[in-house]
Write a protein that binds this ligand. Sequence first.
Ligand code: COA
Length: 428
Amino acid sequence: MDFNLADIGEGIAEVEIMQWFVKPGDPIMQFDRVCEVQSDKATVEITSRYDGVIDKLCYDIGDMAAVGQPLITIKMEAGAGEPESADIKGAPPSTASSDTASTSSSPPKKKVKIDASKVLTSPAVRRIAKEESIDLTEVVGTGPKGRLLKEDVLNYVEARNNGTLPSSNAKEASINAPVQNTAGSSSPTQHEAVFEDRTIKIKGLQRIMVKTMEAANMIPTFGYCDEIEMNALVEVRRQLKETCVKQDINLSTMPFFLKAASLALLEYPQLNAHVTCEHCTEVTYKGSHNIGVAMDTPRGLLVPNIKNVQHKTIKELAMELNRLQKLGSEGKLGPADLSGGTFTLSNIGAIGGTYASPIIVMPEVVIGALGKFQTVPRYNDKMEVRPCTIMSVSWAADHRVVDGATMARFSNVWKTYIENPNTMLLDL
Ligand code: COA
C-alpha cells in the first residue's frame, strides 16, 4: 500500500527529502523512522504508521516530496493494513517535529545496513554525487568524523574522469586524488574539471525563499535609516555580562535591542501588525510582541521569534535567544518558534556591513536591519572630538499601512532607549 506524506501543517505543500532511514526490503514497524524532510519551517522526521516491509522509496534524497502523495510503498500482510487511513485527510499525524523527535521516535527495531543515505554529508554534496552518478559509500570523507566534503566528491570525480580510479580500490584513489592535485603541475584538464560550470536545481529552503521573496518584493516599501550611539549600552552589557556568564547565559546586545523595540511598540502598536497578504484589505494590530530574529544557521536564513517580548526581562530574552541559537545551529528549529512573528530585527552587523535594505517578513509590516558596531570620532557638546561606538539601523516598512513619520518617531523612541539603556528600567 502507499504511505502518503501527511499534512505537516503551516500550509506546507512540499518538503525536501534530506535522508532516508530505510531502504527497499527493510522490515518496518509502527513509529519506526522512515525519513527526514525539511520545509521552510523545520526539519521533521516522518515515522511509519504501519508494520510491513518497505517495497519502494518514491523519492531520491534532494527531491521535493508533495504533501498527500505517496512517500513509500509498504508490503503488508493480508488484513494488516488500514488502506483508508493512508489518505492524509483526518489521519493521525505521522510526523514528529525535531523538537520532540528524541522522545517520540523509538530507535529502529532492525539494524539497517549502512547505505548511501547514511553517509555523513550535506544535501549539496549529495546532489553533486547524484548528478555525477557516484555511490557515496565509495568516497572517503576527509571532514570531521569522516564527513564527506564537496572537495572529496569533486576529487573523486576528477580521479574517475582521469582514469586514475581503480575500480577495485575506489576509496584509496579518492584519498590519493587530492594529493595528486596539489603535488602535480596545474594541467589544464585539472583546472577545467574544478572550474566547470554547474547548474543546479533550486530546491528546499532556497526554493521557498524564491517564492516568499518574490511576493515580499511586491510590497511598496519605505526605507528609513539612522545611527545609534552605543557607548552606554556597550558599557551596561559589559557590566552585566559576567553575572550572566555565571548563570550560563550569553548576554549579547540583542536582548536590549529587542526590549527597546517592544517598549517602543507599546507607543506605536501600528508597527506590530499583520496585513492580509495579496490585496492588503485588512490590517491586524497584534497584541503580543513576538519579535523575530533573523538567524544565520547552517541550513540558511531562518527567522525564529521570541514570544511575548513585552512580558520578558532582558535576562529572559537572552535565555530565549540562546535557546533559539542552539536549536538553529543544530537544525532543530520547529514551527512553534518559526511561526507567529509580528515584527523582525535582523542583526546582519554580527557578520558585517553598515547599512542594509531588509525585506519585510510577510505578513508583518516592519523589519529593522542592524549594522556593525564601529568606533568613530564624534564631537561632544563642547565640540571636543571623542571616540564613539556607532551602530546603524535600516528600517523597511510597508508603506501601504505605515507612514514615514510614524516610522521615524518609532525609531527615535527605540534609539533613545538604546542610547540611554537605564531609562528602560523605568518602563520594565
Ligand atoms: N556589530 C559588531 N559586533 C556584533 C554585532 C554587531 N552588530 N552583533 C553582535 N556582535 C558581536 C557580539 O557582541 C558577540 O561578540 P562578543 O561575545 O565577543 O562580545 C559576537 O558578535 C557574536 O554575537 P552573537 O551571539 O552571534 O550575536 P547576537 O546575539 O548579537 O546575534 C544573531 C545573534 C542570531 C542575530 C546573529 O548570530 C545572526 O545570525 N546574525 C545574522 C542575521 C542575518 O543573517 N541577517 C540577514 C538577513 S537577510
